[in-house]
Design a protein around this ligand. Sequence first.
Ligand SMILES: Cc1cc2nc3c(=O)[nH]c(=O)nc-3n(C[C@H](O)[C@H](O)[C@H](O)COP(=O)(O)OP(=O)(O)OC[C@H]3O[C@@H](n4cnc5c(N)ncnc54)[C@H](O)[C@@H]3O)c2cc1C
Length: 396
Amino acid sequence: MELSLTPDELAFADDVRAFVAANLPEDIAEKVRYNEVLKRDDYMRWQQRLAARGWHTIGWPVEYGGPGWTVTQKFLFELICGEMDCPVIQPFGPRMAGPVIYSFGTPEQKDRFLPGIRNSTDWWCQGYSEPQAGSDLATLATRAEDAGDHYIVNGQKIWTSYAHYANWMFCLVRTSREDRPQKGISFVLIDMATPGITVEPIIGVDGRHSFNTVFFDNVAVPKANRIGEEGKGWTYAKFLLEHERVDNAAIGVTKKALERVKHLAERPVDGPIALIDDPRFRTRLTEIEAQFASLEMMALKVLSDVASGSSPGPASSLLKIRGTEIAQRISELGMEAAGQYALAAPRPQERGNLPPLGPREAEMAMSNYLWRRAMSIYGGSNEIQRNIIAKRILEM
Ligand SMILES: Cc1cc2nc3c(=O)[nH]c(=O)nc-3n(C[C@H](O)[C@H](O)[C@H](O)COP(=O)(O)OP(=O)(O)OC[C@H]3O[C@@H](n4cnc5c(N)ncnc54)[C@H](O)[C@@H]3O)c2cc1C
């Protein structure tokens, strides 16, 4: 899609490109380019450079330290960051915890927690899912017993992304079993250094460690760390999920992925002819390009609705389904373009110092393909998003 940009917007895009060129360390860009594992320090180094420019929390209101960008500026920033191999800004602080804290937190909570998110000195994780509570999140059982000025938390969270990097968790706990399950939930902020917390790794299908199980054994959490009213946590949890889904369309990253597939398909990998010259491959590629262009328009529409003050609502479900399906199709084309080399390197991180068997871009096709399967599960699975559309848009 070609946006018709004003001179100011063109100047803004130049400014972002110049900033990234001057500030993104090449070792980090290379890891992103070849889909290698990024460590905590890689993310933090980049995010802190963005923060120094006021660009880590781009969606925040100006009063809390956001840059006051228009929808088009935010959109351009995401596209350029994808284009120039920047790591994805980890959403748990700036896009999840932060908006809940500045929307529903007390002045003391805002003073205490927002600077660490804005400056990317804290790493947050999301304690929602439990072994028996995923799609049906309201059945969560981790309990918080009243102990005067604090709660005692016992239970287990699962699939907690980057809990092993995090020093804070925003967490849903059950403070009451009376009434509807949604009513007894509270939203608390937990210091991950509190005694009684154990983090155990879960290795994903791509061989990487991003998930964890987190156990709570008599963990003391001050009541001062509860957001909003006791028992009203479901309201804040839903607010957060609607915003999370808008971001799950991952426009900048998907655009770059599409370019990578095209680039890979231009080389003859599996025979004398480049795949890009195969009319069947080109047809599928063109279809996906058209679908992606319409996704970009939809994302801009939802973002401008959010900017004018309305909640993303069920439209965020449309965006999540479409964005994740397109990203998955692109990863399937990537596997085809990589040919036999995709199979040769299911886990590039285990290759050590040995050279790749084929083109280095081909090596990342398999891990990318496997990782993209997760997109239709996290942030509320795509089936659940279809249920939301059926109920709230189609009124079925
Ligand atoms: C990469 C990744 C990162 C994640 N990170 C986090 C994290 O940081 N913190 C966190 O709390 N959680 C995280 N999750 C967990 C995620 O939120 C859950 O996996 C998700 O909500 C689905 O829950 P579940 O895995 O229990 O599957 P289930 O709810 O058991 O669902 C299994 C299948 O049944 C389908 N299904 C279930 N109910 C219905 C229904 N009513 N109608 C139709 N179909 C249905 C689902 O779509 C799915 O296909 C992460 C997951 C992934 C994949």
